[in-house]
Design a protein around this ligand. Structure first.
Ligand code: AMP
Length: 588
């Protein structure tokens, strides 16, 4: 009997934060959301780091674990909210000591190590702009981002510095300091070891009040044309991070949360750092990359309650024949979420069968700063659907007519099942405020008071949204955006290349794989040797996450009359080839 009461109590505590979707949407206001945060009432204004760390460090949760880090080689580290406050205060004092100014950009280029989390939060409380860089990038994408972001400070490791940054220093005129996380005694004008700096500054930092519209986060994302775009967010984004933690990820006091995203991407910041800490729960950080056995062991041993991962990882788990429920005790797991790419209905069904829980898909993008459409804990899941808009968010499927600018018109498609562009009514707190130094490109994303996402979708009669595809040529490989132009530029630098087109070829594991079609100069000899040389050349420049996995030599590239390369046609041909192969395989 007692056991029954205990079970009921637990079930009660874990009841979804949102009971009724419609009712919550009807009564929701962002003002109410703001009142659940505490900076305003404490004279701090709205600062992401204050809401994520300081407010808990000053309250009842100060001795609870904020970050639990599982390093390679079985290393472990934990920081309570009070300890995380001290570390991030120290980092803010380091920035002050170095003469960094408010609004300056501080980048990290590291894997999942505690210093990244401390630098991110310390930068935000100092009033700097935090910008994560993906550690798998090669030197060229790193240069582009540091240069475009006019980064003043870079936090990185000795190895990453030596391999990827050292050769760029002459071209990085804005960069003043490189702080190495794993050195203790080097020092020159540029390079400082981080730990002695941290030790030699004060352990507490007095924050200046932060205006909600002050710049806070800079994330680079890829476009179809031009180099990467710097997406700028402000501290106001805290409201979305907080509300999505409450209603989508469904955080409850005492939860253990694990977000597997790389911290170099937006999910790694919004949900790998900020949202769980804003809710005062334990944020698990695992340094190692994907490994099915390790992941299941972590879910079991760490008693993870909420797990946020991505279709690429799920597909890899699905491929393995592991009897998860009899080999692991995943009884702590309450919710599984996925983002970044379409989540096939089979994955939701596989998860229900294999893990005992369905996967809740949700949709958002770098520009939206936080989750916008989701499958909520209290709502029936339609496998294959992204779910419904967050309370406070108005979404629509629209038809866009006319050219960019004043004569562009938006027609909301009300008929269910009709494909159009997914649009969001402007004005949500984490809406990006600009593309760095590219106001024109920013303006082109809007029509009237709608933000056009660049994704195609449909809406069904129950209000669920279904992803159809991208409206442009951006490649999504293993959950990461890759702009074809950036890859084409790097390939063009090889002396044998005359022309190139880069596409995303459908791939069962990675979603899409980067593939390049190359037209050689007449003087060049096509063949295996040149192919290997070209692959190595691009890989060295761009890094393995961005460089093409396949390169095909072509005599001619398909072009429009005006001379534009028709990437779409090349992609369609790849899709056809794939279908033909599946058909033959099926018949055999
Ligand atoms: P990023 O800005 O790198 O986060 O990529 C955002 C893009 O990823 C979106 O515009 C979509 O094209 C895609 N995406 C994100 N989440 C989903 C999802 N749940 N289903 C389908 N596509 C998604």
């Amino acid at each position: 009997m007692e056991e029954q009461v205990e079970l009921n109590k637990r079930a009660d505590e874990n009841r979804p934060n949102m009971n009724d979707y419609e009712e919550t949407c009807n009564s929701f206001t962002w003002e109410q959301a703001a009142s659940e945060l505490s900076g305003f009432s404490n004279g701090i204004g709205l600062n992401l780091a204050y809401e994520a760390v300081d407010r808990h460090a000053r309250g009842e949760r100060k001795n609870q674990v904020a970050l639990r880090w599982l390093g390679m080689n079985e290393e472990e580290k934990e920081y309570t909210y009070a300890q995380l406050k001290e570390q991030t205060d120290r980092f803010a004092n380091v920035l002050k000591e170095l003469g960094v100014e408010m609004g300056d950009v501080v980048c990290t280029l590291t894997g999942r190590i505690p210093e990244l989390y401390i630098a991110a939060l310390g930068t935000l409380k100092y009033g700097g702009v935090y910008c994560p860089l993906f550690s798998i990038y090669g030197p060229e994408p790193i240069f582009q981002r540091l240069h475009k972001g006019k980064a003043k400070v870079l936090v990185t490791t000795r190895e990453l510095f030596d391999n990827k940054v050292a050769g760029l220093l002459d071209r990085l005129e804005h960069l003043d300091y490189i702080l190495l996380t794993d050195e203790t005694d080097v020092k020159n004008r540029f390079i400082w070891p981080l730990s002695p700096l941290m030790e030699n500054v004060g352990s507490s930092y007095e924050m200046d009040p932060t205006h909600p519209e002050e710049p806070a986060l800079l994330h680079f994302t890829s476009g179809t044309t031009g180099m990467p775009k710097g997406v700028l967010h402000v501290h106001q984004a805290a409201l979305t991070h907080y509300m999505t933690g409450k209603y989508v990820l469904d955080f409850h006091p005492g939860d253990v949360f694990w977000c597997t995203a790389d911290p170099g991407w937006v999910t790694g910041t919004s949900y790998g750092i900020l949202s769980p800490l804003m809710h005062g729960i334990k944020n698990l950080v695992v340094e190692a990359e994907f490994d099915a056995t390790l992941w299941y062991q972590i879910l079991e041993k760490e008693k993870v309650n909420i797990w946020y991962t991505a279709p690429t990882a799920i597909r890899r788990l699905m491929r393995l024949n592991i009897d998860v429920q009899s080999e692991y005790d995943l009884s702590s797991l309450r919710l599984i979420h996925s983002v970044g790419e379409p989540l096939n209905p089979e994955a939701v069904l596989w998860s229900q069968k294999t893990l005992g829980l369905p996967i809740h898909d949700n949709w958002w993008q770098t520009e939206t700063g936080g989750i916008m459409i989701a499958n909520y804990a209290s709502m029936p899941i339609k496998p294959g659907s992204m779910g419904k808009p967050l309370p406070g968010i108005e979404a629509a499927v629209v038809e866009v007519t006319g050219n960019e600018g004043a004569d562009r018109k938006i027609q909301v498609i009300t008929q269910p099942g009709v494909t159009g562009e997914l649009a969001l009514k402007t004005g949500w707190p984490s809406m990006f405020r600009t593309y760095l130094d590219d106001e024109d490109r920013y303006n082109k994303c809007f029509a009237g008071d709608w933000y056009l996402t660049g994704d195609l979708a449909t809406r069904d009669e129950d209000g669920y949204y279904w992803f159809v595809g991208r409206a442009d040529d951006i490649i999504k490989t293993a959950g990461h955006m890759v702009g074809p132009f950036e890859v084409e530029n790097a390939i063009m630098e090889h002396p044998a290349v005359a022309e190139v087109a880069v596409i995303g070829k459908p791939d069962p594991m990675m979603g899409e794989m980067v593939k390049a079609f190359v037209m050689l100069k007449e003087s060049a000899k096509p063949g295996e040797e040149l192919l290997m040389e070209l692959k190595g050349f691009v890989r060295k420049k761009l890094g393995p996450a961005v460089a093409p996995k396949e390169i095909e030599f072509m005599d001619e590239l398909p072009k429009t009359r005006s001379g534009k390369i028709m990437r779409r046609l090349l992609r369609d041909q790849e899709v056809e080839k794939l279908h033909a192969k599946t058909k033959i395989d099926g018949e055999l």
